[in-house]
Design a protein around this ligand. Structure first.
Ligand SMILES: *Cc1c(COP(=O)(O)O)cnc(C)c1O
Length: 663
């Protein structure tokens, strides 16, 4: 099972607290032994679907389903004529219909601005959904039967599914699905949930490797335009000329940015791009009779998706060493490339690396792989430090993916949706993914689709398109320079207080850096998690924790943050370092301190009882700026051990939380 699990734990006050866990077979932990390479998922979309369930509830959903089923039956009845036969005995919302001339039926419908599906020369298929009305049904029936139909909406309908499939049990019985059925209630419920979230609306989110940059409103508005948002992925191409133009212009821009000859907009996330790119390499080897090549060399510094994707693509992963200074160990890489030269398929390398440095010998590395018969896959998730300054083609790579939801502004805070197009050099272009339903212009070498829709999550491509067009060439290059400058500014302010794990030979980092917080553990007991939780008291979301190096913190500011915000973040990090020093110097207690007890909720700070040896002020208002914009965390420190034992949520009703809170 891919992804994350939501379970129920308790917080430091004994209140129930939902807790998200990494699944133990997932790529961050198990790498090439993972059972999934999913990193960015479709979380935002599942949240939308869940809110639909919350609003309508079981009664509402049953009503909607009944209406759809009734309209479908009305359509089926009005279509059963001499020349037309509905072929389904059982159905819910979809009818397969035998007609004399399917092409003619489709054309007649299209002339009336209705798209229906072609099955073969004498069959069409129609699906009804809740947005349709009885007048749509009458219109369809009139066109297909060629005689005026005026059916009335049926009051009730018979179930046209086999009786034993009819649901007997209750469903969605949890109070959350039975409470918020008016717009006001729903609005307040969503707002309540939102208010618990420390987001980019409050402060910078310095998640390293995630590139949490500005998602400008101007970029996102077009997603909601019906002309884009309501198109079906298989709509006839002549009805989507606007989209076609955008795909072409975006493809052109991404070719220029990567330096590559071809782009596929199909993969839905970075990890899916990796998978697609590796399959392209496999198809290429097949075409030159070298399909035995199946070894992927991957430096140990790589993101967990790299080995997981390689394993999914049927490759054998061999991990190469990293030097103490964070660089790829070229000698080890050379030895392994030569040892496996007869079966070498590729190297997967992230540039700049996930350790936050530009591998200075990257072009030699690419040459080394090519001279041993392999291809170079460059993980382009860190393109935010490359755009306009260099490119995957420039360093000598053959394939790369881009995370449009990182570098190119698609919001992905809750975990997607993402877009992970791949770029490839000329010799790989013929193998880019095609599609069985939609002609994507490739020839017979095109491999099979990697995603159900021909252009992936096409609607969010508009965001990256708008970003690229509004920034222009100079703007994009400046963004890269500022991303690197901002990271080095933070580094310069923090390096007197924290150890920076890896820097380049000139003492600089790329667009992100790792702080080594493991050094505090021995003397103070303070761990990365304590710092991450304490940042919430200062109004900041935690940076990336324990990735890619366990026990450390990784920071990436991006170009979007102004100097004032970088300073506020640095002030908080330095103040926290002083709190660690206070423990080191014996001024603060080793167990009862602001770090170990963080985050401090409003109910803890305002409780009649206060048993800590530090003050409430130190807990909740550690720096002057916090007063102006206090964010109150809604749960205290979560009990991880309890959470591990209660990995999957048994979902008690919301009242249970209220009862607990008043106890
Ligand atoms: C984010 C990231 C990935 C995975 O991208 P998803 O879109 O989350 O699948 C791969 N490699 C690196 C270096 C990344 O930062």
């Amino acid at each position: 099972m891919p992804g994350r699990l939501i379970g129920l734990s308790v917080d430091s006050q004994g209140n129930p607290a939902l807790r998200m866990a990494l699944q133990t077979r997932e790529q961050h932990i198990k790498r090439e032994k993972a059972t999934s390479n999913i990193c960015t998922a479709q979380v935002l979309l599942s949240i939308m679907a869940s809110m639909y369930g919350v609003y309508h509830g079981p009664k509402g959903l049953t009503g909607i389903a009944g209406r759809i089923h009734g309209l479908t039956q009305t359509l089926a009845e009005s279509l059963n004529t001499k020349d037309i036969t509905v072929e389904n005995k059982h159905y819910f919302d979809t009818l397969t219909i035998k007609v004399v001339d399917a092409a003619k039926a489709i054309k007649n419908c299209a002339d009336a601005e209705i798209n229906i599906a072609l099955v073969d020369t004498t069959h069409i298929r129609i699906s009804i959904d809740e947005t349709h009305t009885i007048s749509d049904i009458n219109k369809l029936a009139t066109i297909l039967t060629e005689k005026k139909t005026e059916s009335k909406q049926a009051e009730t309908c018979q179930l046209k599914v086999p009786e034993h499939f009819a649901r007997q049990s209750d469903f969605m019985t949890h109070p959350v699905f039975n409470t918020y059925h008016s717009e006001h209630e729903m609005l307040r419920y969503i707002k309540l949930l939102e208010s618990k979230d420390l987001s980019l609306c409050h402060s910078m989110i310095a998640l390293g490797s995630c590139t949490m940059k500005l998602n400008a409103t101007a970029e996102m508005i077009p997603v909601t335009m019906p002309g884009f948002g309501q198109l079906h992925p298989f709509v006839p191409r002549n009805q989507a000329t606007g989209y076609t133009q955008i795909f072409e212009e975006l493809t052109h821009a991404l070719k220029q940015i990567t330096g590559f000859a071809g782009i596929s907009l199909q993969p839905n996330a970075g990890a899916q791009g990796e998978y697609a790119g590796l399959l392209v390499i496999r198809e290429y080897f097949k075409s030159i009779n070298q399909s035995h090549r199946n070894i992927a060399l991957i430096p140990s510094s790589a993101h967990g998706t790299n080995p997981a994707s390689a394993a999914m693509a049927g490759m054998k992963v061999i991990v190469t060493k990293t030097l103490d200074n964070g660089y790829v160990d070229i000698d080890d890489l050379r030895a392994k490339a030569e040892q496996h030269k007869d079966n070498l398929a590729c190297l997967m390398i992230t540039y700049p690396s996930t350790f936050g440095i530009f591998e200075e010998q990257i072009t030699d590395v690419c040459d080394l792989i090519h001279s041993n018969g392999g291809q170079v896959y460059m993980d382009g998730a860190n393109m935010n430090a490359q755009v306009g300054l260099t490119s995957p083609a420039n360093i000598g790579a053959d394939v790369c993916h881009l995370n449009l939801h990182k570098t190119f502004c698609i919001p992905h805070g809750g975990g997607g949706p993402g877009m992970g197009p791949i770029g490839v050099a000329a010799h790989l272009v013929p193998f880019l993914p095609g599609h069985t339903v939609v002609n994507m212009g490739g020839d017979s070498h095109a491999m099979t689709a990697v995603s159900a829709a021909p252009w992936g999550s096409a609607s969010i491509l508009l965001i990256s398109y708008a970003y690229i067009r509004m920034m222009g060439t100079d703007g994009l290059e400046n963004a890269t320079k500022y991303a690197i400058l901002n990271a080095n500014y933070i580094k310069a302010r923090l390096e007197q207080h924290y150890q920076i794990l890896y820097v380049g030979s000139k003492g600089r980092c790329a667009h992100e850096m790792i702080l080594d917080t493991r050094v505090f553990k021995g003397a103070t007991g303070v761990e990365a998690e304590d710092i991450a939780k304490r940042l919430m008291d200062y109004g900041f979301h935690a940076p990336t924790m324990s990735f890619p190096v366990a026990g450390t913190i990784m920071i990436e500011p991006t170009e979007s943050e102004p100097k004032s915000e970088l300073d506020r973040f640095c002030d908080a990090m330095i103040a926290i370092r002083n709190e660690v020093s206070a423990i080191e110097n014996g001024v603060a207690d080793k167990t009862d301190n602001v770090l170990k007890n963080a985050p401090h909720t409003a109910s803890v700070v305002t409780a009649d009882e206060w048993n800590h040896i530090y003050s409430r002020q130190d807990a909740a208002y550690p720096l002057a700026y916090v007063r102006g914009a206090k964010f109150w965390p809604s749960v205290g420190r979560i009990n991880n051990t309890y959470g591990d034992r209660n990995l999957i949520c048994s979902c008690p009703p919301t009242e249970a939380y209220a009862e607990q809170a008043t106890n």
